[in-house]
Design a protein around this ligand. Structure first.
Ligand code: GYE
Length: 327
């Protein structure tokens, strides 16, 4: 080894040591999870008003049962304030670990911090919290979920490819302040920015709900009768938009293309039927991955900041073959 290569090698070793100690320190700040035969596990669900949430809860319950763990389940019924109270009650009950699906990015920060203070590790499921206020590996163990920015981007790219002459778009956003609503909008808007002929006429929240989605779509279609695309941040609002279109005497799939995210059975069937043009999957079956992550953490593994779910894509080329596998 020459003097220079030796010095470079030494520097690299020193840099690696610093990087390692940062990681170790960050994980050391987290509450530990003892290795045990069975656990008392909290799952703080955000709401149960749609098939996606119901499928997720079923998947979590089934996996807990399979492992013989006790599941303390709460449903915040669409209220961030109730979800904070639910987490506090789990802390009071002395659960070993908390799975939290934070309804909104900011209001659930106090719940994450309270669990950390009480020495209970938190694993975020399907939605994230504000990254400037809490961090994986420091305040909570990890976020398990999809890349929502990429989901929005994939829908936009499909649109540009399949409707190259442009589009006049109505966007139905998810729950205001939730990470999937923020990021599905960001990915979509950024992918279309500067694309000639693609115009977002209006963008408004339908709260990830079918009824609200229908109402908002109805009002926006009246204000913008020239719209020829509706992009909904989830299937429930897409189904609501289809109802609004039909009530307005328009043919979904012909007069107006509907685009969606989630990929539940009803929506994938709607692709087969020509009512929805394309859907990015966001699979709610979190049980196996959630409990596997818990086991890895209890084993002393350093968990990556983001355990990423990989999403499929449905359009008329594959929907008929995929409908049976959809949740
Ligand atoms: O798309 C939606 C649900 O947080 C990824 O929330 C989840 C979203 C999902 O209510 O249908």
């Amino acid at each position: 080894m020459t003097g220079i290569t030796r010095r470079v090698a030494l520097m690299a070793t020193a840099a690696a040591a610093v990087a390692l100690s940062t990681v170790a320190f960050a994980q050391e700040g987290l509450p530990k999870l003892e290795k045990k035969d069975t656990y008392k596990v909290g799952f703080a669900q955000t709401e149960s008003n749609n098939p996606w949430r119901i499928a997720q809860t079923e998947s979590m319950k089934a996996e807990a049962e399979k492992l013989g763990y006790q599941l303390v389940y709460t449903d915040a019924a669409g209220s961030a304030a109730k979800q904070v109270a639910d987490v506090n009650s789990m802390i009071a009950q002395g659960v070993d670990v908390i799975f939290l699906a934070p309804r909104e990015e900011k209001p659930l920060i106090p719940a994450v911090m309270a669990a950390k203070k009480a020495g209970i590790p938190v694993i975020l499921l399907d939605r994230n919290v504000d990254q400037s206020l809490a961090k994986a590996g420091e305040d909570y163990v990890t976020f398990i979920g999809s890349d929502f920015i990429d989901e929005g981007k994939r829908i936009a790219e499909w649109l540009v490819q399949n409707k190259p002459d442009g589009a006049k778009i109505i966007q139905l956003e998810g729950t205001t302040g939730s990470s999937p609503a923020n990021d599905r909008k960001k990915g979509f808007d950024e992918a279309l920015a500067g694309k000639a002929g693609f115009e977002i006429l209006a963008s408004q929240s339908g709260d990830f709900a079918r009824d609200k989605g229908r109402q908002v779509a109805e009002a926006l279609l009246q204000a913008h009768p020239d719209a020829d695309v509706i992009y909904a941040h989830n299937d429930e609002m897409a189904m609501g938009a289809i109802a609004a279109l039909e009530a307005a005497g328009k043919v979904p799939g012909k007069d107006v293309l509907v685009l969606s995210i989630d990929g539940g059975k009803e929506a994938v069937q709607a692709v087969v039927d020509g009512k929805i043009a394309a859907v990015v999957e966001c699979n709610p079956r979190f049980g196996p991955k959630a409990f596997e992550t818990l086991a890895r953490y209890a084993n002393g593994e350093t968990i990556e900041a983001w355990v990423k779910n990989v999403d499929k894509f449905y359009d008329p080329t594959n929907a008929a073959a995929e409908v049976a596998n959809a949740y």
